[in-house]
Design a binder for this molecule. Sequence first.
Ligand code: DC
Length: 221
Amino acid sequence: MGERIVSVAVDGPAGSGKSTISKLAAKILGFEYIDTGAMYRALTLKVLNKGLNPQKPEEVVSLLKDTDIDFVDNHIYLDGEMVDETIRQNIISQNVSYIAAIKEVREAMVRIQQNLAKAKSIIMDGRDIITVVLPDADFKIFVTASVEERSRRRYKELLEKGETNITLEQIMKDIERRDYIDSNREIAPLVRTEGSYLLDTTNNTIDESVNFIVSLVKRGL
Ligand code: DC
C-alpha cells in the first residue's frame, strides 16, 4: 500500500453504533479514529461551563476563537485538557444539537476535520462527513438502526455510567428530538446520499458490523 492515505467516511444518527464499530474497525485497519461528534460535545461542555446559553448562537460563536479542540492518540482535548469522559454526560447530549446547528461552529469544525484527514489514514464518523467534510472519501458508509434499538443502547450506556435518574421513554424522546434537529437543520443536515453503503446494525452483533467495514476497505484497497 505504501504511503497512501486512506479515508473512510461514516455518517449516521445517534446510537446507530457508528462510533463503536468505527473505533474497532480503525484499530484492525491501523487507521486513526476521529469522532467528530466529540468535537461538538467538547464545545458544548465549554459553553455550559462558562454559563453561556447553547441556544444563543452569538454567545457560542464568541467562544470559538479562544477554543482549541484537537484529537491526540484517539483522545479528545478541549483547551489542552482531556475530556473523553465529561463530554458523555447526558446534559451534554441534551444541548449539543443546538451547538452543532450553528454555521460558524460547523465551519470551524469542518476545517479541523479536513486537516486531520489529510495527515493520515482515518475513519471519521459524524453526521456530515460524507456530504460535507470528505465528499471524496475512499469509502462512504451510512450506519443506522431502529429508534427503539438505538434508545435501548443509549439507555444501557447511561445505566452503566451510573446515570439512573432517566427512563427509556425519556431517552427515546430525546433521540427522536435530536434526530429531528440533526436531519432538519438548515446547514449540513444528516441525510443518506446515493453512493454510500448502507449498514443497518439493528440485528447485527458488533463483530458483524465491524467486519462489514473492514472487509469493504480491504476489498477496495
Ligand atoms: O454522535 P454524537 O451523539 O456524539 O453527536 C453529538 C451531536 O453532534 C449530535 O447532536 C449531532 C452533532 N454532530 C454533527 O452535527 N455533525 C457531526 N459531524 C457530528 C456530530
